[in-house]
Design a protein around this ligand. Structure first.
Ligand SMILES: [Zn+2]
Length: 479
């Protein structure tokens, strides 16, 4: 071999090695083409509409721990089977229950008139005669925290934080703190009750329920939400400068422990059946509406996405697992118990995504994967772009029922749902099937089908259970 030839061969070898190490992971052409087909065809499928219609009609409100919770579990098992899932099973989830009772309120003085309220989840009852006290108003939970006991002692605290509507729902967190922590903060200052302006973005006369918490060592006080116009009424009356006295009567009660179930349906993958894409929503709802947008929609789009892939016999290297979580609303019980059971096998979850922010449409795809897998995410974003989906960052955190597994270093994706009108309906009597629009729900189901198909056929791990995601979760928790 001449020196020249040797050099040429060496150069060639070096170049080959370099290009092998620099090669970015990518989906096989066949998979990318099929994903585009899924994207275009699942968008016309009305299966997810039929599923929400079925759940809201045949089960309806299904608050955790009620007899309807048990009926929802049976409905979900039967639906998975009817949709052709290969395996359907239950995993028990145990939690304390809470029951709503009578809930009425009125302004006693200076200008007597009724108020529309609903008890916050977890609230203790008032006495049967009701609780009458003067109102003290605060603009936010932070203002309440800054108050002196003499301002609050013996009164009913009224927190009037107005929530504004945004596509990403970013004002929910700052507003909902009054609901979650209001009872404890008010009681610490000697309040005898709590009324909050509903955590919502509509001015209909419908109060929004939702969970609240007590703390060991702090007196429990009854807590309820006023509809937005009733909150405005109180504000106007208080503006006249005279004391306003309100009477409220709540009959809500804590109940015994109850065991419900995460209901799981799986479509078995062909090459790596133990590895799976985890998608789903929560099966429970609040009791006021029929749980159409929260979270019938999330259950439906994920069930329909998996069913679409199976019905059209698309190749699936890994399994698809749809989990309908139990009791999200009263403390993420289903998600936490899923973690207790499956944290050890987090590496088997190729990727996860939960739909729990209404009917959509999906406007962005963000990820939470190891850096080496980012070229795959980019390709997924390109394939999904024709659905009107933008590329997001690598800090996805969506999915209340996935928080526990996220802390174990699970790779996840967020299919960001347009939440502009979600908090008009959220946790109210108005969360009913007629609010669901086929065009929006179908787009969401198509986005889930496309995402799920690609994740099931990914050429490499997204990093579940590997150090990058484990450390990322740890760093976030320590913040
Ligand atoms: Zn929800």
């Amino acid at each position: 071999m001449s020196i020249k030839t040797t050099l040429t061969v060496l150069t060639f070898l070096l170049f080959s090695v370099a290009s092998v190490t620099a090669a970015e992971p990518e989906f096989a052409k066949d998979i990318a083409d099929k994903a585009a087909w899924v994207r275009d065809h699942a968008a016309d499928d009305n299966k997810s509409m039929a599923i929400v219609e079925s759940l809201t009609t045949e089960v309806g409100p299904r608050m955790a721990g009620t007899e309807a919770d048990a009926r929802a579990v049976i409905w979900a098992q039967n639906k998975f089977k009817a949709l052709g899932f290969d395996k359907v099973w239950l995993e028990p989830v145990t939690f304390p229950t809470w029951k709503r009772g009578v809930e009425v309120a009125e302004i006693v003085s200076p200008f007597p008139q009724p108020l529309v309220i609903t008890a916050l989840g977890n609230s203790i009852p008032t006495s049967e005669q009701g609780l009458s006290a003067e109102i003290v108003q605060f603009a936010s939970l932070d203002d309440l925290k800054a108050a002196k006991p003499e301002q609050v002692n013996g009164k009913i605290v009224f927190i009037n934080r107005k929530m504004t509507a945004h596509r990403d729902g970013r004002d929910y967190g700052p507003t909902v703190s009054a609901r979650g922590d209001g009872p404890v903060e008010a009681a610490k200052l000697g309040a005898v009750g709590l009324l909050i302006r509903s955590v919502g973005t509509h001015n209909h006369r419908m109060p929004h329920t939702g969970n609240s918490r007590y703390k060991e060592g702090v007196t429990k006080i009854p807590a309820a939400a006023l509809s937005a116009p009733d909150a405005d009424l109180l504000v106007n009356m208080l503006a006249r400068g005279n004391p306003v006295t309100v009477k409220m009567t709540l009959g809500s009660q804590p109940g015994p422990m109850y065991t419900s179930h995460n209901v799981i349906g799986e479509i078995t993958g062909s090459e790596l059946p133990n590895e799976y894409v985890l998608i789903g929503g929560h099966l429970d709802s609040w009791d006021l509406g029929t749980g159409a947008v929260d979270d019938g929609a999330g259950c439906a789009v994920t069930m329909a996405a998996a069913e679409f892939l199976a019905r059209h016999k698309l190749p699936l290297k890994r399994s698809i697992r749809v989990v309908l979580f139990a009791n999200e609303e009263q403390g993420l019980w289903g998600g936490n118990q899923y973690r207790d059971r499956h944290a050890k096998s987090v590496k088997n979850i190729i990727a996860a995504a939960e739909a729990d922010f209404g009917q959509g449409p999906v406007y962005m795809l963000s990820s939470r994967v190891k850096p080496e897998a980012l070229p795959l995410v980019k390709q997924m974003q390109q394939i999904m772009a024709p659905l009107g989906i933008e590329a997001g960052d690598n800090n996805a955190s969506n999915g209340p029922d996935l928080i526990a597994m996220r802390n174990e270093g699970m790779a996840l994706f967020s299919l960001h749902l347009d939440g502009t009108d979600y908090f008009d309906l959220h946790h109210t009597a108005d969360d009913t099937f007629d609010k669901i629009e086929a065009k929006r729900l179908n787009q969401t189901a198509a986005a889930y089908a496309t995402f799920t198909f690609l994740a099931a056929n990914a050429p490499m791990s997204f990093g579940s259970g590997e150090s990058y995601l484990v450390e990322k979760a740890k760093a976030e928790r320590n913040k």
